[in-house]
Design a protein around this ligand. Structure first.
Ligand SMILES: Cc1cc2nc3c(=O)[nH]c(=O)nc-3n(C[C@H](O)[C@H](O)[C@H](O)COP(=O)(O)OP(=O)(O)OC[C@H]3O[C@@H](n4cnc5c(N)ncnc54)[C@H](O)[C@@H]3O)c2cc1C
Length: 468
């Protein structure tokens, strides 16, 4: 823990002693920069005053979903965190293309409900645990961004309790500026309580997945580009260790449309899974990662020789990391940082350079995906090009300086760091990375005139005024 989070943590404890409510420790998925804050619960039927005690919290209020953002987006040290209960708006069935859900429902819950009707959400992130509120607030993208765009494109309407306590129904036609400021707005326009989402026909809970092994980053880039035009979901895993630098495993999946029987979705949704124990010590190290990477390459090579195409459950193809619950504990108490950037088309040289430079750090997981057209939301992350994501233990020597340098390169080529994964970006880079920031701020000022909505991320990056 750095010095400022420690101070905030102690201030939180003192504040807690003077408050009737009890504060809780909150931290992002990366386990870095946790703080104490108070929790309020609201539900999809909430009236504006349901945000209750949080109205008086001068430290600020921010919504929190499942806490899958890696950094400090869903926390406010010493302030209040609002969580949305799943009831009474559990996803209750999908008879038409659209489904109305509580913002507290998870992506997985909504998808399994839809699958019983042969339907699915058009865009899902790499974890089924994220909530609908979190998916809208980060305008998440999936492995199919070139075809489907990001999450906000498929939101028919959303109900927001804005920063002034007014409940509003927003859509692409009802106050579209407020709608797009909330999509990708990282919770800083208010609390989303429910949403109506479009769905798409998939036919079954299975996909055809093909695997290809690549020998260099250049080859991986070429493969991902080509496969993204023919397949629904494409992603590459990269080995950035010096010995195997650039080796990649590219997976490309298409939904299985047709007459095969549907899976028992309910059973899958509740099926038990392995959970990483919480021992507080790192279970990963460079040697173990090297062994795991070597095993992954061997297994991919075998698969490409024997049967490059296989039928796979949709959850294994789209949410492979969810197979091990709480896998972030593998990094121990000190946690890890995911550096996820978008790099525009034409800057592939910078992409390869970044992978090379940051590959000198102990990168335990590296992935590459193709991105398509940008969304209408001013703070949305995807732009036409690529997204590279690297997981590095927070204790890695030279990490913070290396990422500061990388930020400069990313900003220079017109790229950006993903706010939903960030815990350390500096405010000075934000304007270059998000050039529509002022446009977003104007709309936010209308929705939250007294500046009640605050997160640690929003304050650190000066999204909502000057940086703290
Ligand atoms: C294993 C893993 C894989 C991931 N893969 C991807 C991926 O492929 N693509 C991608 O885009 N992202 C990905 N993510 C990031 C994740 O999808 C986003 O961070 C998402 O926002 C998390 O949703 P959540 O419910 O956990 O929200 P939280 O982490 O709790 O909050 C995230 C943001 O959403 C806001 N928010 C949450 N709920 C509400 C609400 N009801 N109203 C208003 N604002 C709200 C918060 O204030 C915060 O700013 C991944 C995360 C993990 C852990």
């Amino acid at each position: 823990m750095g010095s400022w989070p420690r101070v905030t943590y102690l201030v939180g404890i003192l504040k807690d002693m003077c408050d009737e409510r009890s504060s809780q420790f909150q931290v992002g998925f990366g386990g870095v920069a946790g703080v104490r804050s108070f929790t309020e619960w609201a539900d999809a039927a909430s009236r504006p005053d349901a945000l209750g005690a949080s109205a008086d919290d001068v430290r600020g209020v921010i919504a929190r979903g499942a806490g899958c953002a890696y950094g400090d987006a869903a926390q406010r040290g010493g302030g209040t965190v609002v969580r949305i209960a799943k009831t009474p708006h559990q996803p209750s069935g999908a008879t038409s293309d659209a489904i109305e859900v509580s913002a507290g429902a998870t992506i997985g819950e909504v998808c399994w409900t839809l699958l019983r009707h042969g339907r699915f959400l058009p865009v899902v992130p790499g974890t089924a645990r994220a909530t609908i509120g979190g998916a809208i607030a980060a305008d998440v993208h999936g492995k199919n961004h070139p075809h489907a765009g990001s999450f906000g494109a498929h939101v028919v309407s959303l109900d927001l309790i804005d920063g002034s306590g007014t409940r509003r129904r927003l859509s692409k036609t009802e106050d579209p500026e407020a709608f797009w400021a909330t999509v990708g707005g990282m919770g800083l326009t208010g609390v989303i309580v429910s949403a109506t989402l479009n769905s798409t026909t998939v036919g079954s809970a299975l996909v055809w997945e093909s695997t290809a092994l690549t020998a260099s980053i250049d080859e991986t880039v070429r493969r991902v580009r080509a496969l993204s035009t023919t397949h629904d979901h494409v992603a590459a895993w990269l080995d950035l260790r010096s010995r195997a630098f650039g080796t990649g495993v590219v997976t490309a999946a298409n939904h299985l449309h047709g007459s095969l029987p549907r899976e028992d979705c309910k059973a899958r949704a509740s099926s038990s899974r392995l959970v990483c124990p919480n021992i507080g010590l790192p279970l990963l190290g460079p040697r173990r990662v090297a062994l795991a990477n070597a095993a992954k390459i061997v297994s991919a090579r075998r698969r490409t020789r024997r049967a490059p195409e296989r039928l796979l459950g949709i959850e294994s193809a789209l949410w492979p990391l969810d197979g091990l619950g709480e896998w972030n504990r593998l990094y121990g108490k000190a946690g890890f940082v995911q550096y996820q950037v978008a790099i525009p088309d034409g800057a592939e040289g910078a992409l390869v350079q970044l992978a090379t430079d940051l590959g000198r750090l102990p990168v335990y997981l590296a992935t590459l995906k193709r991105l398509g057209t940008a969304s209408a939301a001013p703070l949305s992350f995807p732009l036409p090009g690529w997204t590279l994501a690297l997981d590095v233990p927070a204790t890695a020597p030279g990490l913070w300086a290396a990422l500061d340098t990388a930020d400069g390169t990313v900003a220079e080529v017109g790229g950006r760091v993903y706010l939903a994964k960030d815990v350390r970006l500096k405010a000075r880079h934000v304007r270059a990375m998000y050039p529509r920031l002022d446009e977003w701020r104007e709309v936010r000022a209308r929705l939250d005139p007294s500046g009640r909505m605050k997160s640690d991320l929003g304050c650190r990056l000066g999204l909502i005024g000057s940086a703290t």
